[in-house]
Ligand binder design. Structure first.
Ligand code: SF4
Length: 436
């Protein structure tokens, strides 16, 4: 087990005193703790989520100061592509509208060649990472996870593969009759570079029962994350907030992430993901609220920066969930990373998020400069690959939708509507994988 050393820094005492003067003593005492190298407890974190007026102002300014101390004024992003290899899933999480049933007309299961082709297209557009996630299709076997990795590495050996949520690892390990530890080690041998820390939702039994019927428990999620870190596979950490949850859940969740990081040092970043409610079954049934409010978004980023201070330096803001304008604003409340350009983000779009499937590197750079910060492109491990101090990123060629292009060409020749041909192409691709 690796034990992470807390990163120390020396604050300017006068600045802090000025910042905290005039606050209620109990709030000032909490806000002072990160400057004294002390952890904020879950109960104190919960209290910060209710900060109002001058206390909220102080919270946001402390978050911004801690961000500057931890990572400076750089704001990073990564050129990557999301590839959702199947949307068929039989788990039935009640917040999810990405999943399809096996006989739904828009059920998809991409062939290994198609996944590899998309990775190669992404590489040719400057991507250094592909993020591969899919539903838990009943026919998936452990070998399918290995074959996806093999197919990508055969085409683009240097592409970093960030793949398979803890839920998928849990499922793949069962299908492969291995322990999660063994399954992760095996996937690493086949090219797995890191694991997305999604499927965390809220690490609380009561909330997970409502969201997912607790099929992957909080303990199982943590077990898989610790196994990945022990195998030398880093992961991200996430929280999904704004549904049936409350501030006490958020504070305990962040404290639990911090406790894992103290033992393993394996998290690269923390990513708050606001719940997208629009097409979600749990919202439609009236059980969940319609996602986080504006002030919950900003508090979440600020409190996370304070509670994770010294343990997780990188706080990512999701432009997909919050939209580019609010994401840009969150850069002033503790965030220092804008995540990936994505190229094909499907999960949030399926749930009803109104934002696009891609932001180009040039748009990322404009957003960061607009926030008065220094744009850099990073790799998955947060190493800076390129700084845009004196130039703009190159123009990316548009992403080719191969089925679309093929359907248009065939449509022009045959006179059949391209949409009909595209459906036929999807049907043929699914047939190759044995999907009815
Ligand atoms: S969140 Fe993932 S595991 Fe749950 S239903 Fe959706 S695709 Fe399946």
């Amino acid at each position: 087990m690796i034990t992470q050393e807390r990163q120390r820094w020396e604050p300017d005492q006068t600045d802090i005193e000025r910042l905290l003067s005039g606050l209620r003593p109990e709030t000032a005492r909490i806000l002072e703790k990160p400057f004294q190298d002390r952890d904020i407890t879950p109960e104190e974190g919960e209290r910060l989520f209710f900060a109002r007026a001058n206390e909220l102002e102080a919270l946001l300014r402390v978050a911004d100061a801690l961000r500057r101390q931890a990572v400076g004024d750089e704001v990073s992003f990564v050129i990557n592509r999301n590839i959702n290899f199947t949307n068929v899933c039989h788990m039935g999480c009640r917040f999810c509208n990405f999943r399809r049933r096996i006989d739904d007309p828009d059920a998809e299961w991409l062939s290994f060649e198609e996944v590899a082709q998309r990775a190669e297209d992404a590489w040719n557009r400057g991507a250094t990472e592909v993020c591969i996630q899919g539903g838990l299709h009943p026919d998936l076997q452990g070998d399918d996870y290995r074959n996806i990795l093999r197919a990508i590495k055969a085409r683009v050996p240097d592409m970093h593969i960030h793949a398979f949520s803890p839920y998928e690892i849990w499922y793949g390990a069962k299908k492969d009759r291995r322990t999660p530890e063994d399954f992760i080690r095996n996937l690493k041998e086949h090219g797995l570079g890191s694991i997305p820390g999604t499927a965390a939702e809220i690490l609380d039994v009561e909330v997970r029962r409502i969201l997912t019927r607790n099929k992957l428990s909080a303990d199982e999620w943590e077990h898989i994350i610790r196994a990945a870190h022990a195998a030398g596979v880093p992961t991200t950490a996430t929280i999904m907030y704004g549904h049936v949850d409350e501030p006490r859940h958020w504070a305990h969740h962040i404290a639990r992430i911090r406790a894992i990081q103290k033992d393993t040092g394996g998290f690269t970043e923390f990513v708050p993901l606001g719940f997208i409610h629009q097409n979600s079954p749990i919202f439609i049934s009236g059980e969940a609220r319609p996602g986080p409010t504006y002030s919950e978004h900003i508090r979440m980023h600020a409190v996370a920066r304070l509670m994770l201070n010294g343990w997780i330096d990188n706080l990512q803001v999701s432009w997909v969930k919050m939209g580019p304008r609010l994401a840009q604003e969150a850069l002033s409340y503790g965030a220092n990373d804008l995540g990936g350009t994505l190229m094909n983000e499907r999960i949030s779009r399926a749930a009803g998020a109104p934002y696009g499937e891609e932001i180009t590197p040039a748009e990322m750079v404009r957003m960061i400069r607009g926030a008065g910060r220094r744009p850099v492109r990073r790799n998955t491990a947060y190493e800076v690959m390129e700084a845009y101090d004196d130039h703009d990123p190159g123009i990316c060629a548009p992403l080719v939708d191969r089925d679309d292009a093929q359907a248009r060409t065939l449509g022009a020749v045959t006179g059949v509507r391209p949409a009909v041909i595209k459906e036929q192409l999807l049907f043929q691709s699914n047939n190759r994988k044995g999907i009815p």
